[in-house]
Ligand binder design. Structure first.
Ligand SMILES: C[S@@+](CC[C@H](N)C(=O)[O-])C[C@H]1O[C@@H](n2cnc3c(N)ncnc32)[C@H](O)[C@@H]1O
Length: 302
């Protein structure tokens, strides 16, 4: 995953000599230096397993991000930490590794054009589909899939909706399943949606909102790695695959977009993030408008 240098935090410390013993005891101290061979191995692994495009020049960023994990687990070198990640059968360490190298930033009704298009155009096209099948690929902490369900349910004439929400990170999926959010994160949601689709917390939960059970019931959360075959996920009227592809290299994007295209029903839509471009990616989809693509309609003109 290509990461912006602005996300490095204080990367200057990373070149200082290591003080592993202090780190192992959880004491403050400079982290060990990331060796070129360690960086190369981490890059290869992150690319093979998760499609992350960690180009050279990102050493400081990777070091800064993973140093926190070293400190957390008390390791004296990146090699020790990396061996631990690969050996951990529970998958927890792997989640920590990928979370450290990626960003989970998301929000309710993020890139609102997609949700307007969903209500105004998609529901017009597929309104009679029972259920309307939508996939939120790389759903992070759940704001995207819940925004989808609320947008559909807000149209009283709309029928049932079934959302598959997937992510590589078990940690974010746990937060998503819980469905509890601070009021401040809901600012973009129309006011009447809050009372309709959320339960307001009281007492110790003051300031928090929980997604209502009937909304949550429309979403199935599942762990899925987008660089593996996604065919099992099935066919969809709409796929949201936003703000994850930018982090993959072109060949990985290419494979993914082709795969997603095949998983759209005829006339189905693919939404990508507005900062992501499919330029240079060879695909069979039709450009509709920025960040919206469509599979050719079938013979019934759907
Ligand atoms: C920036 S968030 C995007 C969230 C949401 N789609 C949005 O646009 O608001 C990127 C998400 O992609 C997930 N991710 C990264 N690599 C992945 C992979 N190989 N397969 C599936 N999800 C991945 C991360 O765990 C993270 O939650």
């Amino acid at each position: 995953m290509a990461l912006a240098n602005s996300e490095t935090g204080d990367a200057r410390a990373v070149r200082r000599p290591g003080r592993g013993a202090a780190a192992a005891e959880g004491l403050a101290g400079a982290p060990p230096a990331l060796q070129p061979s360690e960086f190369a191995e981490i890059c290869r692994f992150a690319h093979e397993r998760f499609g992350l495009d960690l180009k050279s020049g990102k050493e400081e960023l990777v070091s800064a991000r993973l140093s926190k994990k070293l400190r957390q687990h008390g390791f004296r070198s990146f090699r020790q930490y990396f061996d631990f990640v690969r050996a951990d059968a529970s998958g927890e360490a792997m989640t920590g590794f990928i979370d450290a190298l990626t960003t989970n930033h998301t929000s309710f009704l993020r890139e609102p054009v997609h949700f307007d298009f969903l209500r105004q155009t998609v529901l017009g096209t597929f309104g009679r589909a029972r259920p309307l099948r939508i996939w939120s690929a790389a759903c992070s902490t759940g704001e995207e899939p819940y925004s989808i369900v609320c947008s559909v349910l807000a149209r009283s004439e709309a029928g049932a909706v079934s959302v598959l929400a997937t992510d590589i990170s078990a940690r974010v999926l746990e937060i998503a399943r819980r469905g509890v959010y601070p009021a401040s994160s809901l600012a973009a949601m129309p006011r009447d949606w809050l009372s309709r689709f959320f339960q307001r917390g009281r007492g110790a939960s003051e300031g928090l909102y929980r997604i209502k059970a009937e909304v949550a019931a429309q979403v199935e959360f599942r762990r899925l790695n987008l660089i593996e075959s996604t065919a099992r996920a099935g066919a969809f009227h709409v796929i949201f695959c936003r703000n994850v592809m930018i982090y993959f290299d072109k060949p990985t994007q290419q494979r993914l977009v082709r795969q997603l295209g095949e998983q759209l029903v005829p006339g189905g839509y693919l939404f990508v993030g507005h900062s992501e471009s499919l330029a240079g990616v060879d695909h069979a989809l039709t450009y509709v408008r920025p960040a919206i693509y469509r599979r050719a309609a079938g013979e019934h003109g759907r």
